[in-house]
Write a protein that binds this ligand. Sequence first.
Ligand SMILES: C[S@@+](CC[C@H](N)C(=O)[O-])C[C@H]1O[C@@H](n2cnc3c(N)ncnc32)[C@H](O)[C@@H]1O
Length: 258
Amino acid sequence: MTSQPADLILVLESDDSSRAALARELSSRLDAPLVHADQVSDEREGALRLVVRDDAIELREASMKPRRGMTIDFASLDLRTGSGGLSRKQPIARAFGEKVNTIIDATAGTGQDAALLAALGYQVTAIERSAVLFEMLDDAFTRAMRDATFARAIGDRLRFVHGDAREMLPELAAPDAVYVDPMFPPKKRASALPRKEIQLLRRLVGDDDDAAELFDMAKRTARKRVVVKRPSHAPPLGREPSLTFQGKLVRYDVYLIT
Ligand SMILES: C[S@@+](CC[C@H](N)C(=O)[O-])C[C@H]1O[C@@H](n2cnc3c(N)ncnc32)[C@H](O)[C@@H]1O
């Protein structure tokens, strides 16, 4: 299981005692030293920083200005029904369809797709193997659920768990569908570098080179279908899918279990 990058430090940027306690807990759980922001030693300059702020946990590099790193935030989720963010006509909703009730999201990442699926009415268990990302998710989700509108939209339909989905899928109750959205290598000749956030995520979790193995396990576990999210330009993860739903930049390949 990927636990955490070798060189990680915890930094506390809050005067709140509960955030200080969280920083100490994270330092112990992630086995990373807790360092005061202005006391980072030279040999730790290259380390990734996990910064505990009042309003978020921010992942950033030493060269980044405060608040320019990566945070997880559920507030930007568009919870409007009808033709808004919760439209049943959007490709991801059509890919899972009406007959699916339970979903295991095997690649939780920043949790945005998992939260969208829960808000659309599916019962979702989302698995993330990066210990750092999981802690960021857990903190962001706990804080988001204090908002009444978000809590109403999600209900009790979403939980995040830490682990490697290749190992966990056979142990959990078989879901109707498994969702797989692995990291995808950037386009070789892309002129622009990926956004800083994507680069940070890549530095944290790598390239998911074992996605084919995860896909095989997903097919053995799902009762009705496996849905794979791919960049539009990427080949399918497995053989030709049974169905495909095209979005603007990504598509959803559906593999029906027969
Ligand atoms: C592209 S991101 C997923 C983005 C996600 N759909 C979202 O809405 O933010 C891929 C994530 O899957 C995780 N991952 C890849 N393989 C995994 C596995 N076998 N088990 C658990 N997590 C995995 C990676 O650590 C990474 O965080």
